[in-house]
Design a protein around this ligand. Structure first.
Ligand code: NI
Length: 246
């Protein structure tokens, strides 16, 4: 059930049965030669909405731009400053809390969002505490779609080599499963991209000239993507159920 495809009365009815909501959060940034710029927003949204279909939870509008300052030397990338993203998350949560939502699970598609999202949660808790509100009433949880046990095992089995950490075959496969007309295989040199650390956007571009880190996204297939989505939804269903009970 999507918030945006519901009427306000339907949302009111939903709140009588549950005060939980799932919020997909991603990023709009380069994903190598055959990954879509929207990969991290799309993966979070595809999996978040599939979770909504499986569990009946309400799914909020996706936060499609994230913290991607380090990707900005690649064309098409967009970013919020960390302070802006904190404000966006703060306002999402405060808006939903006003109507009675108490459990906000952010399904995340981008590793670069983790620090800022957790900072935002503490901004929210700090604000509510200062205002004398009960923090037990509103809880936020960040759930990375790739992190559950079934998903991790499946990705390790599918891609024992060349998974890497950016523009990975698993994330590319998830987007292709939902947008099969965007499947594209491209010659990449080297076949598996280098790995390593970086500082800012210029350093990233210099070390990883085509945008990939440690990955061979040509391993992705639509079929893999369907399996990864199902595995992630299974993992996140458990996370969400436990979160609601917390
Ligand atoms: Ni990504």
């Amino acid at each position: 059930m999507q918030l945006q495809l519901s009427t306000w009365q339907e949302v009111q009815e939903y709140l009588k049965t549950s005060t939980g909501i799932v919020i997909p959060i991603g990023s709009t940034e380069q994903h190598g030669p055959n990954g879509l710029v929207g990969t991290d927003a799309l993966t979070a949204e595809i999996i978040g909405r599939a979770l909504g279909e499986k569990t009946g939870c309400l799914v909020a509008p996706t936060i499609s731009v994230g913290m991607a300052v380090h990707h900005m030397d690649f064309t098409g990338s967009m970013t919020y400053r960390p302070s802006t993203l904190i404000s966006v998350i703060f306002d999402y949560v405060q808006s939903l809390a006003r109507h009675g939502f108490t459990r906000m699970m952010f399904v995340n598609g981008h590793g670069g969002n983790i620090a800022t999202t957790n900072a935002a949660f503490y901004e929210i808790y700090s604000h509510r505490q200062s205002a004398g509100m009960d923090n037990q009433q509103v809880k936020c949880l960040l759930a990375n779609w790739w992190e559950g046990p079934e998903t991790k095992k499946l990705c390790a089995d599918l891609y024992p080599e060349g998974h890497g950490s950016h523009a990975t075959p698993s994330e590319v496969a998830v987007t292709w499963a939902a947008y099969p007309d965007r499947v594209k295989y491209v010659d990449m040199e080297p076949v598996i991209a280098p790995t390593g650390r970086f500082t800012d956007a210029a350093d990233y571009r210099r070390r990883f000239p085509d945008g990939r880190i440690g990955s061979n996204p040509n391993l992705a297939t639509v079929e893999d993507g369907k399996r990864i989505i199902a595995a992630s939804v299974n993992d996140l269903s458990v996370t969400y159920r436990d979160f609601l009970a917390s």
